[in-house]
Structure formats: C-alpha cells, structure tokens
Design a protein around this ligand. Sequence first.
Ligand code: COA
Length: 333
Amino acid sequence: MATITTDQGATYAAVLGFGSYRPSRVIPNADIVDAIDSSDEWIQQRSGIRQRRFATAEETVQVMSVAAARKAIERAGIEPQQIDCVIVATVTHLLQTPAIATAIAYELGTDAPAAFDISAACAGFCHGLALADQMVRGGAARYSLVIGVERLSDLTDMEDRGTAFIFADGAGAAIIGPSDTPGIGPVVWGSDGEQFDLIRQKEDWRDIVAMDRPVLPYLTMQGNPVFRWASFTMAKVAQQALDKAGISAEDLDVFVPHQANMRIIDAMARAMKLPERVVIARDIADQGNTSAASIPLALDRMIDEGQAKTGDTALLIAFGAGLSYAAQVIAVP
Ligand code: COA
C-alpha cells in the first residue's frame, strides 16, 4: 500500500487583523416603531437597541465584505495573494449558488484560494474562525480570511413586532495565520436541532413561488425561549471555552458575546461573574443584531476605540438559529 503524504501546518495560529464595514443608513427606533405599534422606550428597555444600520442598494453583501476584508488584510500586514482560503459566514447572500466567497476572493485580488460559504446563522463567524484555526495548524492554509456578513434588512418583515427592531446589516472580517505563540483557544461548539424552529426563515423558495403575492422569505423568531436559552445555556458554554483555554474569568480582558440583546449580554456577564475591569462589547446599542457580522464588528470597534489592545485576552461567543453556537478565547491582534 502506498504511503500518503499529509500536510504539516503551523504550531500555533492567531488572528492577525480584524476589519469591519458599517453600512451608511442609520435607522433610529423612531423610524420603525409605528409599523409595529412599539416605542423607543420599549425597544431600549427590552433590547438595549437605540438605532441600527441598514445597507443601501449599493451596499451589497459583496461590497460590505470586500471593504471589511481589505481593512483586515491591511491590519494583518499581508498581501491578498497570500490568502489560501476565504470563508464567508452569511445567511443573506440570496443566491443559493454559487458561494459569494469566490466573487469576494476574486475582487480582493487573491490567487485562486479555496472559497466557500458557511451557514450557521449568528454563530457563523466563530464557526469560520474555528475552521480557519484548524486549517492553519493542519496545513491546509497558511493564511485564511474569515468574513461574517449580513443584509438582514432584506429578510426582515418591518411589520413583525418580534424581529423588526432587532435585525441589521454589516460586515466583519479577520485574517488568521501562523503565530509563534498560541493565539486561538480550543473551540466549544454545538447545536440543538430540537429547537430548529425557534429562529428560522418562514418559507422555503417553493412556498414563496406558490404565493399569490410573493415576498422574500422573512425571518421569524420566538423571542422568549431564545432569550432564556441564550441567557442561561450560553453562559455555561462560555465558561467551557475558558476552561478549555486553561484560563479563568480573572484572566480575561475583553468579552465579546454575540450582539443579540443587551439584556442577554448582561445576564451572561453576571452568570460568568466577570470581574468589573473586563471590557464588554455593547455594539448592539448603535448597530442592532447583525448575526454573523456582530462579533467582528463589535471587536473591531473596540480595537479602533482603544478598549481592546494588542495582546489582550478576549472571549468570543456566538449563538443563534439552529440552534447553533461556538465560542473560543483569542489573543487580540
Ligand atoms: N413593541 C412593544 N411591545 C411589544 C413588542 C414590541 N415590538 N413585542 C412584544 N411586545 C409586548 C407583548 O405584546 C407583550 O405584552 P403583554 O405583556 O401586554 O402581553 C409584552 O411586550 C411581552 O412580550 P414578549 O414577547 O414576552 O416580550 P419579551 O420580554 O420576551 O421581549 C424580545 C421580546 C424579542 C425583546 C425578547 O424575547 C428577546 O430579546 N429575545 C431574544 C431575541 C434575540 O436575541 N434573538 C437573536 C438571537 S440570535
């Protein structure tokens, strides 16, 4: 029997640079309350959201992704041609095929990298990060680009009280590459398909074409059970990610949970007994819930504003439709 040669990757991987893109339309609560019989006060109290960002027609999934990726590439100090793999986490690239990752890779001027999309909803970016980490250490890629991008405004029914005030648009990106020291801890990830229906696209494309007046397949959510699951179960997953990385909450500098709801963020921080000095991402207030884009958008802002510094230890945890989740500790680039 022939002996198959296998890949040998880097000893350690790390995030080398983040980037993000915020679309230009700022939508305050006042602009959406009438259609859902709500109020600015109710929305702020229940979700912490003051305003969100929606993309214009020109700010497509590809446009936002390329802008976020260019910043991440520049920050990482590499050339686009060095990227071996492009992973795009999204649920709002509305062509079923091909993957938007190949078009993004081409526009960036990369040299024919592996390029594919993944669908893990709000948990997509942390899934992509876990894949990229394994690729760099396994030898399948020296540098990987991971993008989380959404145009949820396309799939949100602005008359649905349960979702209209929550979802938003944007893109975040990261370059993962070899490192002399460990920069990405073990991923803790999983799913609970028994709760498949809690957050989902209402109809599939066949249901849509059968409609008298077809609309895009809007998202629907049972907010209350999602809230309970996220607040309690996810704090345990976050703790497991710390345990696997061999650190405690005392060692953390930055906490970047998925920006779903300010009350979920606060409940998790309390359950984990995070020390006061740990800086917590609260981008949800100005940006809304951007699903796969929320973690890199929030962390990139913290880096830009000096709240997260090079070498800081950050815990990321993402969760959402599926239900699916993924968490890991990283060193801030
Ligand atoms: N504006 C004003 N009132 C609203 C409302 C809205 N948009 N939506 C619901 N209400 C009212 C209900 O009618 C109900 O009124 P009642 O008490 O008189 O019957 C009351 O508010 C409570 O409704 P409920 O659906 O139980 O709200 P809630 O406290 O669960 O809050 C969410 C709703 C969506 C804010 C909350 O469930 C949530 O944040 N869930 C998690 C969402 C999330 O993070 N999803 C993303 C995960 S990736």
